[in-house]
Design a protein around this ligand. Sequence first.
Ligand code: PLP
Length: 434
Amino acid sequence: MVNLYTPCLSINEKGYLAISGCDAVELARQYGTPLYVMSEDEIRRVCRSYVESFQNFYGGNGRPIYASKAFSCKEMCRIVTSEGLDVEVVSGGELYTALEAGVSGKHIHFQGNNKSCSELAFAVDSAVGNIVVDNLQELRRLDRIAGEKGAVQPVSLRVKPGIDAHTHEFIRTGQVDSKFGLDLASGEAFQAAKLAVQAEHLRLIGLHCHIGSQIMEKEPFVHAAEVMLGLLRQIKEELGLELDHLNLGGGFGIHYKETDDFIPYNEYMEAVSAKIHEKCAAFGLKLPQIYIEPGRSIAGEAGITLYTVGAIKEIPGVRNYVSIDGGMFENPRYALYQADYTCLLANKASQPADYIATIAGKCCESGDLIQEHTPVQRPEEGDILAVLSTGAYNYSMSSNYNRNLRPPCVMVREGQSRVVIKGETYQDLIRNDM
Ligand SMILES: *Cc1c(COP(=O)(O)O)cnc(C)c1O
């Protein structure tokens, strides 16, 4: 039997998969497939554990920010902000979504390595509380845009701390080769701080770094915190400005397979906060407001995707293709980077997973797969296939490839379900066609 590693998942009395008390087979029948299902209970549980760890380790000095690129829609913005999180956006579209959800500009952080002039102007007009400046050109451009509007825009600086964090290794050097941020080692980041301090229409509030994603270890985070405090000290000593805002980014790993082994958030937080307290004391700095920016770890395990099994092609000695009514248009992650997933048949969840399947989508690409050679229960046409941990970077990376329709998203909470994103229609597809 498959190990359901996420607290919101269970197997009910019928032997079917359930999410937050809702029968997955019933959800598939009621809303159709493919279907994104998100557990509001799980999203809120993770948000609370982050907020709580800020209480425990920083005395409430700072807060978590939800990186909305993982899963952006109005209801998600409302849920995370109701738990006390800020929202990070990386485009005008994500900014618009957060604003339309009622998030106030002062709780929005705007990231991105090449924000357009119109996106920057939109952010200044929306009184975004923190624009994270990526490069020197952007610094000058934003100063000019804010000036034209008679505004003084709060900014922080995206810094490349020189840490390359991978899932199972981390290298302290390198990472100069990144399109994101200002280089620390060459002095570019300090140079930007100096320019920001001098800029008439900018107010430098802090520093930011983000070292990677799906990171399973705490050492890279600890090292990044140490390096960033060094820059904070240099800015204090040489520019006479003590910054009160340090954002250490996101990237905390989640389960895609039951064997994925990552460190509980509390351990990251404990190790990083110990280093921060130690270095602040050593450097004579007051404890800044600390921010972290998780996306995947808030939305990822809260989501599952449900499909109906169609054609099954067993090619002896080669593989068994099990085709579903979704594919790379609603989950491109396997096609993009061979992402791991756990699959099971929701209507056979209590049976042994003794069949090895390649889960194929319906797009006209051989690479349109969701998973290869993965154990599932013995499949038949009409079964409901569930793919776990699809809450992050699935809906947000979806497309209309082959003019397929983006599926609806249903939010479930304590046995109740509701649509939070409607499924697309054929009319939606031709909406902008002339
Ligand atoms: C993507 C991203 C995040 C979130 O990363 P996760 O791995 O989803 O936690 C946070 N900050 C920045 C700048 C990012 O680009």
